[in-house]
Design a protein around this ligand. Structure first.
Ligand code: PHE
Length: 462
């Protein structure tokens, strides 16, 4: 089949905007609002944020464009896309492994992502029932700690969230994915702006900004740099085939570069606004920026508990956060589901159930890691911490590196030019250069320095 006539058996987005919305829905999620603030807090703020932004520009954007391009050219699940394209380009038959590592990463990430989304679900109920009305920082913290220490509650929320995800996935691209994101993303954005307004008047706005945007490199460790890079992949949904599979539903006539830039900007702006809303509240209330995964859940309820209309806005906020997580989780499991449909001849519904049950079961490990298994550690990390570290900081960057190598080196210039269908040769060459040299080098350097290898090498050479 020539690449011109290839079409996806799973359907196609009905317009360019739907692709942008769906991919933004995938990118914007817990990563932006829950994870970014707390890892920035744990890693000292400004310098970490700077490295993260650099990684977004130098690594994230080129890889995003590459993933969409590869996906649209292959028009199948990431595994089969890699199979078809590597054959077409006359390359090694090992490339499909890249699709597999994505399937695995998505599955692992969803297992804990769902547990955290479950927290948001719990907070919708707490907010709506007025738990946080004029609460003190201590009271808000207790509510969070009580939640984590209750495996049954966590399990119920985790189960509900997995079921909700699988229901949408089972209905497929046109029926499910499209509709879920149209309205909710803009609404979330508006709520974040309201929170930002509150933070501006919290009395510590400048302190919050200074923490986020004044780089203090003495606060940044080698591991912090790795986490910043890993987060660039995580937050943009790169390195696991989510964007690739969404790209495979993209219409031929839409511009890959332009849409990718929009998605990257939207995702980054949301994360930065979330940070700017949260840290002033942290400082105004004498809270700890390095509080860890509970940071958002211990700061925002405090703000909502104090503002007029807080009950309404707070409930709405957590509902929207939940939807943002929902539209991300769908894309986490889509590569696995499409593969089962293509290769195991399963119905979409069956494939969704199979994936749902498996992720649910693995997710129980994360549920327990916050209570009964809190002391069970490997490499000094709990089950949740280990999964998070392994996926976000190792698997995604590593796969992302190989995607860059595939698009940069293994694909011919003709195929790329054909798929990108661009008249802007200068921009095309710039992107190609980044993919071939800069991205792989940057990822490798971050990996090496984080394990201290680079330092040893430099020492040896000097
Ligand atoms: N980008 C999502 C977020 O920031 C998480 C995600 C990672 C989704 C990888 C899909 C693939 O929350």
């Amino acid at each position: 089949m020539s690449e011109n006539s290839r079409s996806s058996m799973h359907g196609q987005w009905s317009s360019r905007w739907v692709f942008v919305l769906a991919a933004t829905g995938s990118a914007v999620g817990l990563g932006n609002i829950w994870k970014f603030p707390y890892i920035a807090g744990e890693n000292g703020g400004g310098a970490f944020v700077l490295v993260y932004l650099l990684c977004i520009a130098v690594i994230g954007l080129p890889v995003m464009i590459a993933e969409v391009m590869v996906g649209r050219r292959g028009r199948q699940s990431p595994v089969n896309t890699m199979k078809v394209l590597s054959k077409e380009e006359g390359r090694s038959r090992l490339w499909p492994l890249l699709g597999w590592s994505g399937v695995l990463a998505g599955f692992l990430i969803l297992s804990y992502y769902s547990v955290i989304a479950g927290w948001a679900l719990n907070y919708v109920i707490e907010m709506a029932s007025g738990t946080f009305n004029s609460s003190s920082a201590g009271e808000v913290k207790t509510v969070f700690e009580d939640l984590l220490s209750d495996p049954l509650k966590l399990t119920i929320w985790h189960t509900l969230f997995i079921v909700a995800t699988m229901v949408v996935v089972a209905r497929g691209v046109r029926g499910g994915l499209e509709k879920a994101v149209m309205l909710l993303m803009p609404a979330l954005f508006v709520l974040l702006i309201i929170l930002l307004g509150y933070a501006m008047n919290s009395g510590a706005f400048m302190q919050g900004l200074a923490f986020l945007f004044t780089p203090d490199f003495s606060a940044l460790t080698g591991k912090g740099v790795l986490i910043a890079m890993g987060h660039a992949f995580f937050t943009l949904s790169l390195g696991m085939g989510a964007i690739m599979v969404y790209g495979s539903y993209m219409r031929k006539e839409d511009s890959i570069a332009r849409t990718s830039i929009m998605i990257v900007i939207a995702d980054t702006v949301v994360a930065l606004i979330a940070g700017m809303a949260i840290f002033p509240i942290v400082f105004a209330n004498g809270l700890e920026p390095g509080a860890g995964p509970g940071l958002v859940f211990q700061t925002l309820p405090l703000a909502f508990g104090q503002m007029t209309g807080g009950l309404f806005f707070g409930t709405l906020f957590f509902i929207l956060l939940l939807f943002a997580a929902w539209s991300s989780s769908i894309s986490l499991i889509e590569p696995a589901v499409t593969w089962l449909v293509e290769n195991r001849n399963m119905k979409r519904r069956t494939a969704s159930i199979v994936c749902g049950v498996a992720t649910w079961a693995l997710g129980m490990g994360t549920v327990l890691s916050f209570n009964l298994w809190a002391e069970v550690k490997l490499f000094d990390m709990t089950f949740f911490e280990l999964l998070d570290f392994l996926t976000a900081n190792i698997m995604l960057p590593l796969s992302g590196l190989f995607i860059a190598l595939f698009a940069g080196w293994a694909m011919s210039r003709e195929s790329k030019l054909h798929e990108m269908a661009t008249r802007h040769l200068f921009a095309f060459n710039g992107w190609n250069f980044l993919l071939k040299y800069v991205t792989p080098l940057a990822v490798t350097v971050v990996f090496l320095q984080s394990i201290g290898l680079l330092e040893q090498l430099i020492e040896k050479l000097s």
